[in-house]
Design a protein around this ligand. Structure first.
Ligand SMILES: [Fe+2]
Ligand SMILES: [Fe+2]
Length: 374
């Protein structure tokens, strides 16, 4: 008898979830997969790391909080949640304003790739490890990310496109990051992911007329998964105080600046999408940075000074330089090449300007433990 569930939302392991995805891959489209294959500074990447070093982590110093978190993830409150049900309103893709449709599909592909990037990394850690604490955690996180990616692919399929996740696993380039960079980057992407999803969810709760697609109704439970994943990385970092002190604070500052700046630039490439949501991308960015900063105080000894006037001005410069760069890349000839070089230099200067704004220091609490509060 075939006991395999029919939908990735019901899968209890990452392997089950991916097998279901694989089954559907015959419907997947090349165009969407090509977009997901792109590796630029602004597109989601796949990562690999030193899995042995990760496997050697001893969580006994955070055992109490660790066990609570794992118990909660094992109880699996979101099993079965990530699939269409009666709340899934009909989406009129054919009559969607073309610019919005393009930007929204781009948003879904990019989100799907980001979710799947987490899935691939976590699954690999689970497969390679022998430390039962670590493999258990990574199995649970991979399970969630496979569901998230599968659900976005469901939404994309209605628009006639989908990302071929099996193909991506095999063919997309993997970027190597040392474990400590994986902690900073992944922790931040989980926490900023939570902040992004909950900010949109709360905004649409108050302004339902802007909910132009049903997937936003799922964002609350969704972001709670990301919140837990972030908690796990906070605990992992807590096991080694060196990771959040000394010269590493500069690395933390670098990752904070890079993650925030990337989000700002990427979101500003989707004006029609934000207009349809009734969201000003500058307000949204500030809101997400504020929430993420409050959360990351649980483990990072600094936060970026996002209230400093140089911060917003620097983001605008970076975004303009990036827009000019994209335009110059579409043209050919010496003039276009010079414009490219100049835009790249302006982008680098703007990023350095953001990075060197003095950060705010604070005392990190003894326990990292936090509950979703937004
Ligand atoms: Fe996720
Ligand atoms: Fe996650």
């Amino acid at each position: 008898m075939n006991m395999q569930p029919k939908h990735s939302a019901d899968a209890t392991t990452v392997e089950e979830g991916l097998a279901i995805q694989e089954e559907q891959s015959k419907f997947d489209s090349k165009a969407a997969t090509d977009v997901a294959m792109q590796n630029t500074l602004l597109t989601p990447r796949f990562y690999t790391t030193d899995f042995d070093e990760l496997d050697a982590i001893d969580v006994s110093s955070v055992r109490e909080d660790w066990d609570k978190l794992i118990d909660q993830m094992e109880s699996d409150p979101n099993k079965g949640h990530f699939k269409k049900n009666e709340d899934w309103d009909h989406v009129d893709w054919d009559n969607m304003e073309p610019k919005l449709k393009k930007e929204f599909i781009d948003f879904l592909i990019s989100s799907c790739t980001a979710e799947f990037s987490g899935c691939v990394l976590y699954k690999e850690m689970k497969r390679r490890g022998s430390n039962s604490d670590i493999t258990q955690l990574f199995q649970l996180m991979a399970r969630d990310e496979a569901r998230h990616a599968g659900f976005i692919n469901d939404a994309l399929r209605e628009a006639g496109v989908a990302v071929n996740l099996g193909f991506l696993t095999q063919k997309k380039k993997y970027t190597y990051f040392r474990p400590k960079f994986i902690y900073y980057a992944t922790y931040l992407s989980e926490k900023i992911g939570y902040a992004r999803y909950i900010t949109i969810f709360r905004h649409l709760e108050a302004n339902p007329q802007h909910r132009f697609h049903p997937i936003f109704k799922w964002f609350e439970e969704w972001c709670n998964d990301e919140f837990s994943h972030g908690e796990a990385f906070a605990l992992l970092m807590k096991t080694d105080p060196k990771l959040t002190s000394g010269v590493n604070v500069w690395w933390i500052k670098f990752f904070l600046t890079a993650v925030y700046a990337t989000m700002y630039v990427r979101d500003h490439q989707r004006p029609a999408f934000h207009e349809a949501l009734g969201v000003d991308p500058d307000w949204y960015a500030h809101e997400v940075f504020t929430k993420t900063s409050a959360l990351t105080k649980q483990i990072f000894p600094i936060t970026l000074d996002i209230e400093n006037p140089r911060w917003q001005a620097g983001l605008v410069k970076l975004q303009k330089a990036n827009a000019d760069l994209a335009r110059a890349k579409q043209d050919s000839g010496l003039g276009a090449m010079l414009r490219q070089v100049s835009a790249q230099a302006r982008a680098a200067t703007a990023f350095a300007g953001l990075f060197f704004i003095p950060a705010k220091r604070h005392q990190v609490p003894a326990s990292t433990r936090m509950e979703p509060a937004y």
